[in-house]
Design a protein around this ligand. Sequence first.
Ligand code: CS2
Ligand code: MG
Length: 407
Amino acid sequence: MKITDAKVFVGGPGKNYVTLKIYTDQGIYGLGDATLNNRETLPAKYLEDYLIPCLIGMDPRRSEDIWQYFYRSTYFRRGPITMSAIGAIDMALWDIKGKIAGLPVYDLLGGKSRDGALVYAHATGSDLDQLIDSMSYYREQGYTAIRVQCGIPGMPTPGYGIAGKDEDARHYITKYGALPDLEIWDTGKYLRYMPKVFERLRAEFGDELKILHDVHHRLLPREAAAFAKEVEPFDLYWLEDPTPADDQTSLRLIRQHSTVPIAIGEVFNSLWDCRQMIEEELIDFIRIAATYGGGITHVRRIVDLAAIHHVRTGFHGAPSHSPISMAAQAHLNAWAPNFGIQEYLVLGTEACDALFPSDHHYAEGEFHVSDAPGLGVDFDEKEAAKYAYSRGYHPVVRLTDGTMWNY
Ligand code: CS2
Ligand code: MG
């Protein structure tokens, strides 16, 4: 069996999805996702100019060897662009393999460990009342786990993941400007107000609801340790990205002072970014995505290392991931003995479903993986022709005195 061709498509409804389609001499094709949010043209070009020419003629069943070929032959290893490109190829090969075998990818990994995978929704509010309204809406939709982001009184700009006053907080998705928007961050205001938010949410929603919160890399290690200790009574399901995780050892301080579960990893692209924090058991959930994490082959390796160290999965599921990588993660979630939770936002708009038809679905707080052979997602090229690339940027963040900070 041979790979005969591969094509890259960039575009989608409101997103620049980077979709790879690999064709074989037996009529079977595979799909992969290389959407590197706000840098989408780079993995697309990397695939077209460098990887696809080598891929033609290879045997698609040899996914491990092909992964190693691209990882090792790149010479300048890792990085989000390289790993997204390799990841897309890897997903497409697992898709092909499943289709050859007539089995869903989860069966190739070791079979289902559960029927539905717990997911969390995003609730947001420019203030506490709007946040509570947004949370009530998701409770009604059956969610038992909700991430909460709340506007901070006096904060100069709304902040990460927070809807403006006049926006629809129930369906809020971060918008990216044609040039970077500016956000102003005041750590003191955040640290003083956020514990009050959790206290009110517990009083409002009781003890059962799983409450998650994303700090989005904004705190220093000492601040994060103090904050984690302070919010311990409110029993968070997780505290995400309390510090930028470039320095893995800074997490030790948080661990020494608090037992609040820590979730990190959405910006990682390899095992080497999280090896120390997993081996030292400094985190509780690993958030790497199949897209930037080198696909199923590499993420599975991370999941196995994590399992030995009591670290569970909590894969990234921002809207920038196409339904193809969400499917790759759904198969990992169905199999992983150390599955924790899945962030869930991407599927469900009519335009997105038309572009990526599938029977993966959400029901009652859980994600149900498709039982179709392969990844269980298709790609409609006629629909794809409707969309064009449009450049976007993540916001930039400055402190109140103008100092650059972490988005
Ligand atoms: C976020 C992301 O989903 C999350 O937890 O941190 O929305 C993140 O901001 C984006 O993926 C950045 O591209
Ligand atoms: Mg996050």
